[in-house]
Design a protein around this ligand. Structure first.
Ligand code: HEM
Length: 493
């Protein structure tokens, strides 16, 4: 790194907070680092330099700077940093999401885009999604009949997990044809732990000497999760191989079947098991938590704002009617619900930062010089609260109307895509955005169409809190509970 910095000579780094010897700015990051970095941007400007132990880093919450990084200089900033968590939990950075820029990443990403996430393949799972929506309605209804408040984290988690595992693994983990409740809970638990470990700011990444001491036993935990996850994936691969031997390819093909049939690199007949497991891991991790976290936030905001809830329900009644359930094909005719989702992405992006990017070479940005391997934290949580973009007046207010064309502009910049970045941009943009949006809209539309929603325990709507916890994804600090009352009981039996 010292060599890098010399290459930049005495040229200017972007401004940033004063730093300590050795640790740099590490000790200035608390339990909610996205809020600390947002504070630095409001003090030092749109591009802030930080020294995190041995690592050069910048952060931004400004659409123009983000456009420069993700579009104009995409070729320079499209790599990912090596981290201890990625090495243990993403098959040595051998997946898509955490792989450095290079031929391996290109090949793995192409497999996802060309074989797994094509619109034809997503369409072929429409019937499964409809079945999962019906199953979710019955689940909520039975809890309501039992007089219980509904734990929406559980309900939405099961919906996402089932949709994703049916597409990927050909298994439904919750509900009637479930692969076993114990296995399901274990699987959910591992996925949450994986995300927690991938998200933490681990001191060993910034001060490598600390890695060998591992004071909080973090790396030990990563190794344990690595083993559990690997056993889980290997078992799934073996089950698929057995099924292919016994049934040929007669049955419906899930993602793992597709991966097992693809040729490998350099003339190899098939992909390696390690490559298949890295891809399975990415798809499961990237698709489940992101959509269920988004949905839980959306439901929390809707219950806090009964006016918005009623308006979204009126739109559903007008478009879908009250004699059938919502279908995939309705989702594109619900402009207000789409504004609700956009507003949720603004205030509660699935992750507080995009997955960290890293520069491949020394670069110039806004007239400043950045060394090679500078880590880039794009703060989407702060972008959605940037007063220069959204106006200072009602930033924290959940108001979907601000996304309606020609309304509620506020702020001193015209509204454009870089004002909300739920899926990133440029060559590292989320390849699952289409599927993600469908899963989010379908779950929300189904819950709002089917039930009235109110806070539990006689709370007032505004008493529902919006406190987040930090991680690679950013869920509510406490699971959301709510009281559901059937609106369309004649459809549930
Ligand atoms: C609401 C749902 C989702 C949200 C909010 C979301 C968001 C994101 C974000 C912010 C990134 C990082 C972009 C960057 O670093 O610039 C990302 C990357 C990624 N997402 Fe998603 N995602 C969602 C659903 C999905 C789904 C359903 C899949 C696949 C089944 C998926 C697969 C991926 C992969 C593989 C990457 C890594 C791309 C790369 O590094 O080249 N995501 N996603």
């Amino acid at each position: 790194q010292a060599g890098n910095r010399a290459e930049c000579g005495q040229q200017r780094l972007p401004p940033g907070p004063p730093r300590w010897p050795i640790v740099g700015n590490l000790l200035q990051l608390g339990r909610l680092p996205h809020r600390d970095l947002a504070r630095f941007c409001s003090v030092y400007g749109p591009l802030v330099y930080l020294r995190l132990g041995d690592v050069d880093a910048v952060t931004t919450d400004d659409p123009n700077v983000i456009r420069e990084i993700l579009l104009r200089q995409d070729d320079a900033f499209a790599s990912r940093p090596w981290t201890v968590a990625a090495a243990h939990l993403a098959y040595g950075c051998g997946d898509v999401a955490l792989a450095p820029m290079g031929s391996h990443w290109k090949r793995m990403r192409r497999i996802c885009v060309e074989h797994l996430l094509t619109s034809k393949r997503l369409e072929s799972f429409t019937a499964h999604r409809a079945e999962e929506a019906r199953h979710m309605v019955r689940d909520v209804w039975s809890r309501t009949m039992a007089g219980e408040a509904v734990d929406l984290r559980q309900v939405l988690g099961a919906f996402s997990m089932n949709n994703v595992t049916r597409m990927l693994l050909g298994k439904q983990y919750f509900g009637p044809a479930s692969a076993g409740r114990r296995e399901a809970m274990e699987f959910m638990g591992i996925t949450h732990e994986l995300f927690r470990l991938l998200g933490i700011i681990y001191i060993g990444d910034y001060l490598p000497a600390w890695r060998w001491i591992d004071p909080s036993r973090c790396e030990k935990r990563m190794r344990e999760v690595e083993k559990k996850v690997d056993d889980f994936h290997q078992k799934i691969i073996e089950e698929h191989r057995k099924r292919r031997r016994e049934a040929g390819v007669e049955h419906e093909l899930d993602f793992v079947d597709v991966l097992l049939s693809l040729p490998g690199e350099d003339g190899k007949e098939r992909l390696d098991d390690k490559e298949i497991k890295a891809l399975m891991q990415d798809m499961i991790a990237a698709a489940t938590d992101t959509s269920s976290v988004t949905n839980e936030w959306a439901m929390a905001e809707l219950i806090r704002h009964p006016r918005v809830l009623r308006k979204a329900q009126a739109e559903l009644d007008a478009v879908v009617g009250r004699d059938r359930q919502v279908r995939d094909s309705d989702l594109f005719r619900l402009p207000y619900l789409r504004c609700v989702v956009r507003e949720t992405f603004r205030l509660h992006p699935a992750g507080p930062f995009l997955i960290p990017h890293q520069s491949l070479r020394p670069t110039r940005l806004l007239g400043f010089s950045l060394p090679a391997r500078t880590r880039v934290f794009i703060n989407t949580h702060a972008l959605g609260r940037n007063p220069h973009v959204w106006g200072a007046g009602d930033l924290e207010e959940f108001r979907p109307e601000r996304h309606e064309k020609g309304r509620g502009q506020g702020g001193d910049q015209p509204r454009e895509d870089f004002a909300i970045l739920p899926f990133g941009a440029g060559r590292r943009r989320c390849p699952g955005a289409g599927l993600g949006v469908v899963m989010v809209l379908l779950a929300l539309a189904t819950l709002l169409h089917g039930f009235e929603w109110a806070p539990p325990d006689g709370l007032r709507p505004e008493a529902i809190d919006v406190v987040e916890v930090y991680g690679m994804t950013m869920p509510r600090a406490t699971p959301l509970r709510a009281v559901a009352t059937p609106r369309l009981a004649h459809l549930y039996e």
